[in-house]
Structure formats: C-alpha cells, structure tokens
Design a protein around this ligand. Structure first.
Ligand code: ZN
Length: 319
C-alpha cells in the first residue's frame, strides 16, 4: 500500500508543534489520500502462507536453521491457499544467500472491528514462538505516517527468532476521517485500563470515553496483547519528534531506538495522561517493554526505512 502524502509547510508545522506540546501529541493531521482498507485478500482468520525469498539483506540475521532452502512455497497451515500472492518483486533467486533467509511465515488475523465496522487486522511474520514483538502504526487517526513503517516491515526479511506482529492501524475509522479520535469521538489513547479517568466530552481532543475501555478498538487491542503477551511493543504517534525517556530495561531500549533513528530523548509533558495504551501495556507485559515513538510532522521513505530497521534491530538485540 502506497500512500500519497502532502506535507505541511514549515510555519504550519511549527504552529502544530507548539500546540501539540500541550496536548501530548499532535491534533493536526496529514492529508492522507490513502484509504484504510485493510488487505482484503485474506479472509480466513488464520492463514499461513509463504513469501518468496527476497534478496534484502537488510537486517537479516544469520539463521542456522535447517529450513534455509530457497523453496518458494511452503504452506504451513492448510487453509485454502487461495491467495498465495505475496507482495513479491521477483528477485533473482541466485542472489539470496541461503544462510540469511528466514523461513517465510505469514499469518493474518482480524483482532476485532471498529465502531464503523472496519477490520482491525494484525499481520504476523518471522519466527512463531520467538520473541514476541508488536508494532502499531496508528492509534490517533490523523497521525498515520507509521503506516509506511508497517508497510516496510510487512515486506522485508525478519531476523530469525522474532515473532513479529504488525497492526497497521488500531483506529481505522479515525484514519479514514483523518481525525484523532475513533468514530465515537473518543481519544483511544485515553481509553485504556491504566488509571482511567473521565476526561472531557465527545469532541474534546482528549475525550476519554464514557467508561474504561469502552471502545471496541481498545477492547480488541487489550484482548490481543493479553493473549500474545509481547516482550516489546511500539506505538507510533506524531508529531513531537521525540521519545520519552524511561528507566531500567525500558529506558535502555528506548535510548537504543532513539540512537538508531536520531530521535531525541525528551520528556512528553503537558497533557492528562490517564488511560494511555502504552502505560497499560507496560504494566500488563512487565518485564516486557512498551513505548511510544513520536515521529515528526512528516516521514520520508528513507526515514521510514530507518525506523523499520530500528524496530528489527532492537527486536533482535539482547536487551
Ligand atoms: Zn498521538
């Protein structure tokens, strides 16, 4: 999925940034002409199929697994392999060093439906049973440049040992409307069961919803995280261009991600931070780590690649 994006002008960015500092994260949004339509090719809840070996030596780690044969199609779970269509740009098989090819695995699962009945979909890649890593591209609908990072992670080689789950958008309604909230005007990042408290009324920037975890999007993510219990979760936002520092293991991993991407480690302050998804997740998956990455106002394809690589790097490093 490629989206065409228009970028803000610098003065507007500055204005938004100032406003965002108070709000916790930006309320403005990219004009994103892409639709949020989830990949409709896979209807089954669990479909495993293989991806053709790609050349990308990107962040591929060495795998000594016996399954390094360049076989192109190896259906792991037989569930009508009607769509074997991997997003392949057929690469010459000779160029792929067999030792760095990770056994291909793809599973697509619908986690739930949004208020307006759009699917919330997760794509699983890498090594089932490995270190569980979850990346969410969008929670605030108008902060959706993280989609480009997810798109890359859906295509490039995953180092061995990572059980990678990718949720392009947990707020498809908000993304379609280019609105921060879901279709009930709730700020999903104030709706999670972590010190939840009432904030605002419908339409307010940080409206927390009528009750804790009242929204179907929140419920879908809560159930999913409790089920797969990731060791690492990343949520993308915009456009403060920073990562809030942390402590201990959590802080070390944040610092490493910041180092890899050039984002400064700077505190996020000024908002009312109850019901925040990453806070809830951090408590739920402890000693696992969950944190927010505040991208800038725009994200070039090159920058998206830097972030995708950073995800795979921190996911594959001992930390
Ligand atoms: Zn945000």
């Amino acid at each position: 999925m490629t989206s065409l994006r228009r970028h803000r002008t610098a003065p507007f960015v500055a204005a938004v940034l100032v406003g965002a500092l108070a709000a916790g994260c930006a309320t403005g949004g990219e004009t994103d002409v892409s639709t949020t339509a989830a990949p409709t090719t896979l209807d089954a809840s669990v479909v495993a199929t293989s991806v053709a070996p790609s050349t990308a030596a990107a962040a591929a780690a060495t795998t000594s697994s016996a399954t390094t044969s360049p076989a192109t199609s190896e259906v792991t779970t037989t569930l009508e392999p009607t769509t074997t269509a991997a997003p392949t740009t057929t690469a010459p098989p000779t160029t792929a060093p067999p030792t760095t090819t990770v056994p291909a695995f793809v599973e697509t699962r619908e986690l739930g439906r949004s208020v307006q009945d759009r699917p919330i979909t997760a794509v699983r890649r890498g090594t089932p049973g490995g270190r569980v890593v979850l990346v969410i591209g969008v929670i605030h609908g108008d902060e959706d440049d993280g989609v480009a990072i997810i798109d890359l992670l859906e295509q490039q080689d995953v180092p061995a040992g990572i059980d990678l789950w990718l949720v392009e958008s947990m707020n498809p309604d908000g993304q379609a409307a280019q609105d921060r909230h879901n279709a009930n005007q709730v700020d999903l990042n104030r709706n999670f069961p972590a010190d939840w408290g009432p904030i605002g009324v419908p339409g307010d920037g940080q409206y927390a919803g009528p009750s804790v975890a009242s929204e179907p999007e929140t419920q879908a993510m809560v159930a999913f995280v409790e089920e797969i219990r990731p060791d690492l979760i990343i949520w993308y936002h915009q456009d403060l261009f920073r990562i809030n520092p942390g402590r201990g293991r959590d802080g070390a991993i944040r610092a490493r991600y910041a180092e890899l991407t050039g984002l400064p480690l700077v505190s996020i302050t000024g908002g009312t931070y109850t019901g925040v998804a990453a806070t809830w997740a951090r408590r739920t998956i402890e000693p696992g780590v969950a944190f927010i990455v505040e991208l800038g106002a725009t994200l070039s394809p090159e920058e998206a690649q830097v972030h995708a690589n950073a995800v795979l790097t921190i996911a594959s490093e001992p930390n």
